[in-house]
Design a protein around this ligand. Structure first.
Ligand code: IDP
Ligand code: MG
Length: 156
């Protein structure tokens, strides 16, 4: 089954929104395979935001990502990368649709509470960046047969 890497940013942790986000993940039927709190540093941020290093906002973005610990998670589900990106909403919280995490919980283009992988290929790279293999638990919840029809998961 597909996996995605999620980071609850300092703007989520400091505003005490961790529970709100986890609540929505679990209510949707998305499986949490790994979760830990960590402090990010410039080395990992330069890798993670390599596509943004030349942007004028890059130093401020890194500062905001190191302002407090973050919560990193690996989520699992059928098509979970695109499903969860839709739940997250547009990058700029002011433009994110109501009902999305950013559209409901933030007002910023930078302090936008959450990161989620944008493709299955990048998800695998990002999971390996933030988690050791033994920190990811590939268990099958007993509710699985109530989350999906059999033919939806046998093809995965
Ligand atoms: P995404 O998080 O929706 O995938 P990306 O374009 O990959 O968006 O940007 C990564 C992060 O960089 C954003 O979530 C946001 O925190 C920050 N960012 C992106 N564009 C801007 C901007 O124009 N100003 C300030 N921060 C930005
Ligand atoms: Mg991105």
């Amino acid at each position: 089954m597909e996996q995605t890497l999620v980071i609850l940013k300092p703007s989520c942790v400091e505003r005490a929104l961790i529970g709100e986000v986890i609540n929505r993940i679990q209510k949707r039927g998305i499986i949490i395979s790994a979760m830990k709190m960590m402090m990010l540093n410039m080395d990992i941020l330069k890798e993670h935001y390599a596509h943004l290093v030349d942007k004028p906002f890059f130093p401020g973005l890194c500062e905001s990502m190191m302002a407090s610990p973050v919560v990193c998670m690996v989520l699992k589900g059928v098509d979970v990368v695109s499903v969860f990106r839709t739940m997250v909403g547009a990058t700029n919280g002011r433009k994110a649709a109501p009902g999305t995490l950013r559209g409901d919980f933030c007002m910023s283009g930078q302090a936008n509470i959450i990161h989620a992988s944008d493709s299955p290929e990048n998800a695998l790279i990002e999971i390996a960046r933030f988690f050791k293999p033994e920190e990811v638990f590939d268990y099958t919840p007993s509710s699985l047969s109530f989350l999906y029809a059999d033919d939806e998961i046998t093809n995965q």
